[in-house]
Design a protein around this ligand. Sequence first.
Ligand code: GTP
Length: 596
Amino acid sequence: TDPAVIRNFCIIAHIDHGKSTLADRMLQLTEVVEQRQMRAQYLDRMDIERERGITIKSQAVRLPWDLDDTSHILNMIDTPGHVDFTYEVSRSLAACEGCVLLVDAAQGIEAQTLANLYLAMENDLTIIPVLNKIDLPAAQPEKFAAELAHLIGCDVSDVLKVSAKTGEGVAELLDEVVRKVPAPVGVAEAPARAMIFDSVYDSYRGVVTYVKVVDGRLGKRERIQMMSTGATHELLEIGTNSPEMTAAAGLAVGEVGYLITGVKDVRQSRVGDTITLLKGGATEALGGYKDPKPMVFSGLYPLDGSDYPDLREALDKLQLNDAALTYEPETSAALGFGFRVGFLGLLHLEVVRERLEREFGLDLIATAPNVVYGVTMEDGTEYTVTNPSEFPTGKIDEVREPVVRATLLAPSEFIGAIMELCQTRRGTLQGMDYLSEDRVELRYSLPLAEIVFDFFDALKSKTRGYASLDYEPTGEQAAALVKVDILLHGDKVDAFSAIVHKDKAYAYGVRMASKLRELIPRQQFEVPIQAAVGSRVIARETVRAIRKDVLSKCYGGDISRKRKLLEKQKEGKKRMKVVGRVEVPQEAFIAALSSD
Ligand code: GTP
């Protein structure tokens, strides 16, 4: 294909602004999907995506579109919509020359619209502003067109208005894509270079890798090389999606498509990597490759210890399709055998947990999520801490925690509430802009640890659901962090150790101790519950002793009744975990670990 007729574009939008619905309309209008095959959200293939209405994996579709007697090829690249997948979004954007910035005409610009817009600008994309849902009675197209034009610095008349639901304006939008988005530029004679922007595991075909050919050409049966690792593979199949996979002889400059090499694990075909040919290959990779780095960790334990091998197998399977998922075995005195699992963020964690429970039928306990800390000791030793119970003891010189740049958007009446919330979460205001008279954008630097846990819920409740949030990691900062341990009858309960800012250590200790006092049943002896920083106790509660003698109730009674009672008691004990001398019902652990 002549690159001059190719247009590579993506749709960026805040969640629920209608990206998938618009993509569906485009599939219909370009007739790549027949009417009767059309089902809602054709491109969101995973069940969880469909049910939760979120896009997790991006995909590319080739759409034919004629304008002014010329046949064009539009490659629409679907981008994942959530904050955790920023890196994948940025790679999808890097494969495009333009983007459709889609905004709900009843809602206006939201945090994700902005975050994705910034990424699009960093990649020098041509931006086509579009208001969606103009069929809604609550739509305010004039107001939001002005907001959008102001934001990207274009004329109000340049803002297109569509309804993805009725299809109104969608054909005009495709025309605009052809007119405005530049054709890809690359050197046809240069050594082949293709960028991987997505990589998906398919149980029948192995890994399907989505690429954009930047220079040269990739052909069937050729040997390719991954530039980050040097690994080589044979191209068993190469082709395009329209929207089902269609094999071709090769992909040339500017083209977007898929390839299959027979590898079984997406980690061998990583998003952001450059593919070249083994013979006469390129020497310089395309920029922008990064290893996915887990940002949030949580311990996952089977409720029933005998499910441990199943949990391992399930994680192995999920990892085939998820290069960002990491895990290693871990044991906890309180929870038994499990895994310490690393995630890109909270949504990633939630999705993985849900898939483990739903697709693999596992019942799990998850410990409270924590971020990764860097610790430097006075003697210069460095530690990376992914589990609070492994926080080093001894003379610590410095503790570092990850920080993010957060973008918050809300009606201006909530500025005070948002500032107050960010203040209590150790945030620093970086900047503030009015998008219009009554909508404001706040930029904060915040410790990741302060937002992974219930920040989003707090924000929503303080702003009656009107604020939106997006964030991206920006690095590390030193902070006054300490480890708080929880002790039952003098024994540390590893699952409850937490790393918190020293000003919040007391509150955490008091909260956990009183929560546990409610949850732990009385024992034969008194059980002190303590919260401690190092050897200093900062909070204390006590579970008073009882004398429980089940047999006393049926003194002199018949023997079979006694036996029954004893058995019943034994059964109850099976679901008890023993910490030191204290018996704790598993439910207590679960309840204490869940946020309230
Ligand atoms: P993700 O891709 O899951 O991030 O969300 P999305 O942006 O794709 O949103 P989606 O297409 O799932 O649409 C969200 C909701 O808005 C759905 O209930 C759609 O039916 C509805 N919707 C989308 N476009 C329109 C429109 O033009 N008019 C009306 N009335 N509703 C729309």
